[in-house]
Design a protein. Sequence first.
Length: 175
Amino acid sequence: MNALFYLFLSLFLVIVQTTLVPEIAFLNCCFDLLIVNVLYVSLFTSHGIFILYVVALGWTMDCLSGVPSGFYISSYVWIYLFVFMLRHVIHAGNFIFIPVISAGAVAMEHGFLIFTLLVKQDGWFFSTADIVFMGKQIVVGFFMIPLLLVVVNKCKKGWDKKIQRVTGRKMGIRG
């Protein structure tokens, strides 16, 4: 049943990112929304099998977008592994840790994009406006991702309660 929740969450975030975000003017500096999903899975699940889920997310986004092949797979997997290992050092619910790691995840994805394009294009072709735009996305991620993680966490708890009522089985946040 947890897999169904994560599938619905992914589908919802992909639909919002590909249809609503481009049409709303004040969201022009919005980050990749599936980072919320990757961070939630890496922070609040205990099974290492979720790396397959992250790879599937990356593959889906690679198929939907026009970036070089493997960009989303590699960035999502590295974000997942980095946060998954870091949460063993720092408590996942730390109110300072989550915004910093959120901004770091957005910056990490932009770093992968810059690296990928530098390798593909053989040279630097980013303007100052591109760098400012990336900086805005990092700042927006710093403030928005923690709020979205709280919303996803509340939705997951509500999902678990409904599943428990229907099946009679106890569901936990960690799996």
